[in-house]
Design a protein around this ligand. Structure first.
Ligand code: RIB
Ligand code: CA
Length: 312
């Protein structure tokens, strides 16, 4: 079976963590690199979490040196939402490995050339690393087969009424990626919400005995208790996890090709992903926008993930 080479760009981050667990439980994926970026918490924490997760899981991959702040926008993080250290207070064991000597954007360029046009990229945080790579290496856009991103929304934002967090942190990077011409699947807040989970559904999966359960149990409770007790939400959408599932098995997802841009200039709505859902702009679609994903198949993938870590 030929492997699918992939680079995961992320800001772990409680939901990034679960998404990385899911990816690593799929041996058909060849995770070439996990590239951290500042986002949910500061770069010092996101990078250490990425390094430690790769070690904990045993992923044979590079961990590049990512961007410590956005391209232009000020550096803004969401520590209150992801807890101390970015993992809800969970402390992963110290990493034995070190970061790759190269920057994340150079790692991406190198791996794209090595994959000879077959490389896919999953972004789970602000898209700064990818935007830098596309800017430094104009030929890169011909070498990336597809991008699957947790970014944006065709509906209400979560950072303000307009903007989803990853787009809000670095709207300029998001727009560079949207306009790159590379096939991109945007798994936004609204599309991901079709796979929202109740506490009962979430804990039934994440508490299943396995070698990763100490982490998945802690993170699942942190997410759901924050959502229900602090935000009074009835259920939890684990955005990076839904996005990773849609990347792994695109057949669970329903996309609408739309002309989509990211607002970069407005002092009010910067970071808004402006999705031409009804095709009124007359402009050709550049982004496949997630409209829904099959929740039962999503849940089955999560159960299979826990089974995998029980057996491996
Ligand atoms: O808006 C949700 C996204 O922002 C997720 O990727 C979460 O990890 C944060 O990065
Ligand atoms: Ca993230």
């Amino acid at each position: 079976m030929s492997k699918r080479p992939v680079v995961i760009d992320c800001d772990p981050g409680v939901d990034d963590t679960l998404a990385i667990f899911l990816a690593a439980s799929h041996p058909e994926l060849e995770i070439r690199a996990i590239n951290p970026v500042a986002g949910n918490v500061g770069y010092e924490s996101t990078s250490q979490n990425a390094l430690r997760l790769a070690d904990l899981i045993g992923i044979d991959c590079r961990v590049g040196r990512g961007a410590e702040e956005p391209l232009i926008a000020p550096c803004r993080t969401a520590g209150a939402i992801h807890g101390k250290g970015g993992l809800g207070g969970y402390e992963l064991p110290e990493a034995k490995r070190d970061f790759d000597p190269d920057y994340a954007w150079d790692v991406l360029w190198q791996e794209a050339r090595r994959a000879e046009g077959e490389l896919e990229v999953v972004t789970l945080g602000p898209m700064t690393n990818l935007a830098i790579a596309l800017t430094r290496y104009p030929e890169l856009k011909k070498l990336i087969k597809k991008i699957t991103s947790m970014v944006g929304t065709a509906g209400q934002g979560n950072t303000n009424v307009y903007a989803e967090f990853n787009a809000w942190v670095d709207p300029h990077a998001c727009e560079i990626v949207f306009q790159s011409g590379i096939p991109i699947a945007m798994c936004g807040l609204d599309g991901n919400d079709t796979c929202t989970l109740s506490g009962e559904e979430l804990y039934a999966i994440m508490e299943r005995p396995s070698r990763i359960t100490p982490v998945t149990r802690h993170v699942a409770h942190f997410i759901h208790e924050r959502n229900t007790l602090q935000w009074h939400l009835p259920s939890s959408t684990i955005h990076d996890l839904v996005t990773m599932a849609c990347f792994i098995d695109p057949s669970i997802a329903t996309y609408e090709p739309c002309y989509t841009t990211c607002e970069t200039r407005s002092s009010i709505s910067a970071g808004q992903t402006v999705v031409d859902l009804y095709h009124v702009s007359g402009k050709a679609p550049n982004v496949d926008v997630l409209r829904c994903a099959d929740k039962e198949r999503f849940k089955a993938m999560l159960s299979e993930m826990m089974d995998w870590y029980t057996a491996h």
